[in-house]
Design a protein around this ligand. Structure first.
Ligand SMILES: [Zn+2]
Length: 251
């Protein structure tokens, strides 16, 4: 789960309607789900970290700091479940790059550094369950019987293979041009965390994935990545440096 920073609210007051925040969120964070990291052009919506419920969470329905972006899968799993900020790792306030590991078979699991009995591991598990990222693959076949990647799990497997393939290319020819092409490919496929994992031994490539780059007027990479969540070796800084948000920096 990519650690992100949405920056200060684009307006002084809360939004009159939370839907109005959608364009700003997309501009700051790119059009991808803040939980599963899928890049999707449609079916993406303003996500309330703490649900739209004035009784349980008064004043948060239209507040910028309570917004992320989510796909229908993550959103429909999370629904209006109770979200106590201390019980979950959240990409806007914790270093979620330190909390989860991505595997070639499509699984997302708590980081291996988290001891089985520790609170952080339980918190990581809570977070995966909250959004359904712990779910296995949906076996859906097309008309020819071929399993198609329509779910998050299968898409992670596909992107892993893509990232591995480009890693092979870059090992053969590690030029700046090649690395920039990899950033563009990663941006197009989404799943920042998978690209970071596949290139775990390539500090230069990881730094480029974190920072992105600008060509002419155009930025390539992953807008909104919380750069201060990574050190000079492109490894996660944990706990997350102070993000100024309530219950931040749990990992
Ligand atoms: Zn999602």
């Amino acid at each position: 789960m990519r650690p992100i920073t949405r920056g200060p609210s684009p307006q002084q007051q809360d939004f009159a309607d939370y839907r109005d925040a959608f364009p700003d969120l997309v501009a700051r964070l790119e059009p991808s789900c803040s939980f599963c990291e899928r890049r999707i052009a449609t079916q993406l919506a303003v996500e309330h970290i703490q649900p739209k419920d004035e009784n349980r969470y008064p004043g948060l329905m239209d507040r910028w700091d309570n917004f992320l972006l989510a796909c229908v899968n993550c959103n429909s799993t999370k629904k209006d479940k109770d979200v106590r900020l201390e019980a979950f790792f959240l990409p806007d306030r914790d270093n979620t790059a330190a909390a989860f590991d991505y595997r070639p078979d499509g699984r997302v699991v708590p980081s291996k550094g988290l001891d089985h009995a520790c609170v952080a591991r339980k918190t990581a598990e809570n977070t995966l369950a909250l959004t359904g990222l712990d779910k296995g693959p949906a076996q859906i076949a097309d008309e020819n019987g071929k399993i198609v990647a329509i779910d998050r799990y299968a898409q992670r497997m596909e992107v892993w293979l893509m990232a591995e393939s480009t890693r092979g290319d870059s090992a053969f020819s590690p030029t700046v041009v090649m690395r920039r092409q990899i950033v563009k490919t990663a941006q197009a496929t989404g799943f920042f965390s998978i690209w970071m994992r596949v290139f775990e031994d390539d500090t230069v490539m990881r730094q480029m994935l974190i920072e992105g780059y600008t060509e002419g007027e155009t930025f390539y990479g992953f807008p909104g990545t919380a750069r201060d969540c990574f050190d000079q070796e492109a490894q996660p800084v944990s706990p997350r440096p102070n993000c100024g948000l309530q219950r931040g920096g749990k990992i």
